[in-house]
Design a protein around this ligand. Structure first.
Ligand code: BGC
Length: 449
């Protein structure tokens, strides 16, 4: 019978693309950015967001709605100018479902906004909608397709600000606080985190989310784009683009068989880079590796018993993966206990350590692919790395997975070289995307000083 340990070098090779193939992904990524910017068909759509970076002098009080995963957040944000931001209120609603009709999504969200606000005040609301959206203005945009396995009907192809406004109107009778809310801005979460970074640091020109989903935004000088672009609110010479690079498909040659199974079994095919990086998928990739080893008779035997999470698609989650990484004891006692709780039964040290290594390989590849996206984007806007760039990052995976940030940093050093990597500083900003909605509402005209 093949030994489980013998499988490790194979897994290592599968989940560690060579530096040459990463370099070739960087080239393809840049070619896709170019096509996207030119309005050609591309797996990196580059949606204009109709807004530039803020000056840092915007002031006022705004409401931010952040909808990007199962947690919806409403934040009341006060911008004081000089890059100073304070949060007056911050509430979270956990969505009980990720499919249904449009009203099943927007009605509870509108009611939740009403429960946070005071009656008799006017509110400008910035709406972060963290899905691919083809914008038609600073507060208008149609969902092009659901990602992250969301599947509410009647939203794709429709203006999401309008759907939110309709839900707000439907409920003003019973929730009078909603009467005075206007949706002033609509933006992707990556654009939100970019503007939050830029509000206090003018060098910030990229935004990145590494959470349930993944994506980047970038500030582009109009002179770099050959086609006419719509006007920008704010600085007319610049446009922020929601890249939608989670959909990048130049990674087919480095996909493992597990990535291909994951994509084939997903509710929506595509989003190939996102499926290698984001929190929605990492646990499932590990589960598919375990399932593969079991069916080849290589090990993990009995791990898919009746009460085991490994039996169920998406039963093993990225949070579990993070718990595994936290256990640094030589005996991996925590891993053993967790597996027990997950219905696996008693597991020897041998299997525990191969399993932990598998989790590390999958998470490590995710961090390296994030570095690939940052390196490619930075080199696109500044091929000789002549300026200092800052990438503002938000997201639970980036923040919570032990060693993730170091993995991204190591990847940048590998791809750009040690000193050039310092030209792309990665800076974590908690709740950056939601706060950004308020800043965009301010740039959109409600409160510049
Ligand atoms: C969406 C992006 C979003 C990202 C991070 C992806 O699934 O397509 O619009 O920015 O998740 O939330």
């Amino acid at each position: 019978m093949p030994d489980l340990l013998d499988s490790l070098p194979t897994l290592e090779a599968l989940f560690t693309p060579s530096p040459e193939s990463v370099a070739s992904s960087i080239k393809k990524f840049q070619a896709e950015i170019k096509r996207g910017l030119n309005g050609e068909n591309s797996s990196i759509a580059m949606h204009p967001s109709y807004v530039s970076r803020p000056t840092g002098r915007e002031v006022g009080e705004f409401v931010a709605l952040d909808m990007g995963g199962s947690n919806v957040r409403v934040t009341v944000v006060v911008l004081a100018g000089d890059g100073v931001i304070s949060v007056k209120q911050h509430e979270t609603l956990r969505l009980s479902r990720i499919d249904g009709e449009a009203a099943d999504l927007f009605d509870p969200i509108a009611a939740f906004i009403g429960s946070v606000l005071e009656e008799g005040r006017n509110y400008d609301l910035g709406f972060i909608f963290a899905f691919p959206t083809d914008q038609a203005g600073v507060n208008r945009g149609r969902l092009t397709k659901w990602t992250k396995e969301f599947a509410f009907r009647g939203v794709e192809g429709n203006d999401v600000s309008e759907l939110l406004e309709q839900s707000i109107v439907r409920q003003t009778g019973t929730i009078p606080e909603l009467k005075s809310v206007s949706v002033t801005a609509l933006a992707n979460d990556t654009v939100g985190v970019l503007v939050t970074g830029a509000y206090s640091d003018a060098r910030c020109d990229m935004g990145l989310i590494v959470a349930t989903g993944t994506n980047m935004a970038v500030a582009v000088d109009r002179t770099l784009v050959s086609r006419p672009l719509p006007p920008t609110v704010g600085n007319p010479d610049e446009m922020l683009f929601n890249m939608e690079c989670g959909n990048f498909d130049g990674v087919v040659s480095i996909q493992t068989p597990y990535d291909r199974i994951l994509d084939a079994e997903s509710d929506s095919q595509g989003q190939l880079l996102e499926k290698m990086i984001s929190g929605r998928y990492l646990g499932e990739i590990v589960r598919l590796v375990v399932a593969g080893m079991i069916s080849e008779g290589r090990g993990f035997s009995g791990w898919n018993g009746l009460n085991s999470v490994f039996r169920v698609p998406y039963g093993f989650t990225t949070e579990h993966l993070s718990d595994i990484a936290h256990d640094e004891t030589p005996e991996l006692a925590g891993v053993g206990m967790l597996l027990n709780r997950l219905g696996v039964g008693a597991v020897g040290i041998h299997e525990r350590s191969v399993f932990k290594k598998t989790c590390q390989l999958v998470a490590g590849r995710s961090a390296r692919m994030v570095a690939m996206s940052i390196a490619a984007t930075t080199l696109y806007i500044d091929p000789l790395l002549e300026s200092q760039h800052v990438v503002a990052v938000d997201g639970s995976l980036f923040r919570g997975y032990p060693g993730y940030q170091e993995g991204v940093q190591a990847g940048l050093q590998e791809m750009l070289g040690d000193s050039a990597a310092e030209r792309a500083l990665v800076s974590y900003i908690r709740d950056g995307s939601g706060i950004g909605a308020a800043i965009i509402a301010a740039v959109a005209g409600a409160g510049s000083s």
